[in-house]
Ligand binder design. Structure first.
Ligand code: ADP
Length: 403
């Protein structure tokens, strides 16, 4: 089935057309600066020079979807003769609250629930909803499926998703751990089982999704049992600009000490903390931190070492929760591309019998085993592919619906 994957932000729309049977990406692209001056449209056709890019006014998401559908069906540049060849549209939706445990066919009722979840992700869900509406306009008869960042983590048990605050905050206000990056963790856990040559139901693994935003998930038998991000994506390990877990009293202290409002403090924790803040504003980008670290810059060493330490703490606690693991997998921008980060994390795990094959670790991007044959458990790098994950889940939902 040809599935159009749509990942809609407030001013951008990323798309990819995927043939799910062969896992082939037919075309992909991006609409940038929607609703802002200087709109730009990019369209690439795999293995062909039929693609193009152009500056174009993109006053709203409807215009962006119109332009991408025109490109995809264009007699000269297109990849399908008619829009009806697109079997389904898979929409990435950031927050499904605790209402969705998997990808779901979008009905009017489902739309209302996604709208209700906007309170939990005010920056993301409204844009996702807009993307669905715009696609409906040009493809009124095509099945639309919502794939949620939070859904994979709905298998986390109560003891792991509750916080130690009065229970009524959960009952009345729904305050609990949700977890994010679900598509990535699910996809990478499946690929990890494939690399092990085992049925995913028999595999215990920890997936480290280390990007600018980052989370670590304990996966048992293909199900998420705990994850480092929480009620919001601010929780967990140190990230590019986000602080990760901290004592809640610190928020109070930061406001008192500086005279900043609560809102200003939250901005600092979201946008000025993490690698960026700890390094004294060198950068939120791991490549810059590594360069400065290699040059012996003390602030970069401090940021890097603290970052690695928070990762190791989560890995250690999840090994305990899972009662041992078969594999530890690194993915996303840093996880896939930084041998230095992987080396430092794994050097803490030597006491647990983990041994890294330095040559394999230093090799470039790609799915590979980076541990030695004697290692207590396998360590992998596996490229994540959230779009592929969305396309495959979408095709599954539509096939079930049509059966
Ligand atoms: P997000 O999707 O959360 O924006 P990505 O998964 O694209 O983030 O990851 C971005 C991060 O990956 C940045 O911190 C960047 O520095 C890091 N990164 C990319 N390539 C490398 C590399 N070769 N070495 C170290 N870090 C890298």
């Amino acid at each position: 089935m040809k599935v159009l994957v749509i990942n809609c932000g407030s001013s951008s729309l990323k798309y990819r057309l995927i043939e799910t049977e062969t896992k082939e990406v037919i075309c992909k692209g991006l609409c940038e600066r929607i609703g802002i001056d200087g709109g730009h449209f990019k369209y690439e056709v795999t293995g062909s020079d039929r693609g193009f890019e152009k500056d174009v006014d993109l006053p709203d998401h409807n215009t962006a979807v119109d332009i991408l559908i025109k490109a995809v069906t264009d007699p000269e540049h297109g990849v399908v003769a008619d829009v009806s060849e697109i079997g389904a549209v898979g929409h990435r939706i950031v927050h499904g609250g605790d209402k969705f445990t998997g990808a779901t066919l979008i009905t009017p009722e489902v739309m209302s629930v996604i709208e209700e979840c906007s309170d939990l992700a005010p920056l993301h869900n409204p844009a996702n909803i807009q993307g669905i509406r715009s696609c409906r306009k040009v493809m009124p008869d095509t099945n639309m499926v919502g794939v949620f960042d939070t859904a994979f983590h709905q298998s986390i048990p109560e003891k792991a998703y509750l916080y130690g605050i009065p229970y009524e905050y959960y009952e009345k206000y729904g305050i609990r751990k949700f977890g994010f990056h679900g598509m990535s963790h699910e996809y990478v856990a499946r690929e990890t089982a494939a690399m092990l040559g085992k049925d995913i139901k028999e595999v215990k693994t920890i997936v480290c999704h280390l990007g600018n935003g980052a989370s670590i998930t304990a996966v048992n038998g293909g199900k998420s049992v705990d994850t480092s991000m929480g009620y919001t994506p601010l929780d967990g390990i140190i990230m590019g600009t986000r602080c990760g877990s901290l004592d809640p009293e610190i928020v109070h202290a930061m406001a008192d000490d500086t005279g900043d409002s609560l809102e200003e403090v939250m901005k600092v924790l979201n946008f000025k903390s993490g690698l960026y803040g700890l390094s004294g504003n060198i950068s939120s980008d791991m490549r810059d931190i590594e360069d400065a670290y290699a040059a012996g810059n003390e602030a970069a060493v401090r940021a890097f070492d603290t970052y690695i330490y928070t990762i190791v703490k989560y890995i250690g606690s999840y090994i305990a929760v899972l009662g041992g693991i078969d594999a530890l997998t690194f993915t996303a921008g840093i996880g896939e591309n930084s041998p230095t980060v992987r080396k430092h994390v794994c050097s803490y795990l030597k006491g647990l019998g983990v041994e890294i094959d330095s040559a394999a670790n230093e090799q470039g991007r790609g799915g590979r085993c980076i541990s030695t044959a004697d290692s207590a458990f396998k360590v992998f790098t596996i490229p994540t592919d959230e779009e592929m994950s969305i396309a495959l889940s979408t095709a599954e939902v539509v096939a079930k619906h049509n059966a």
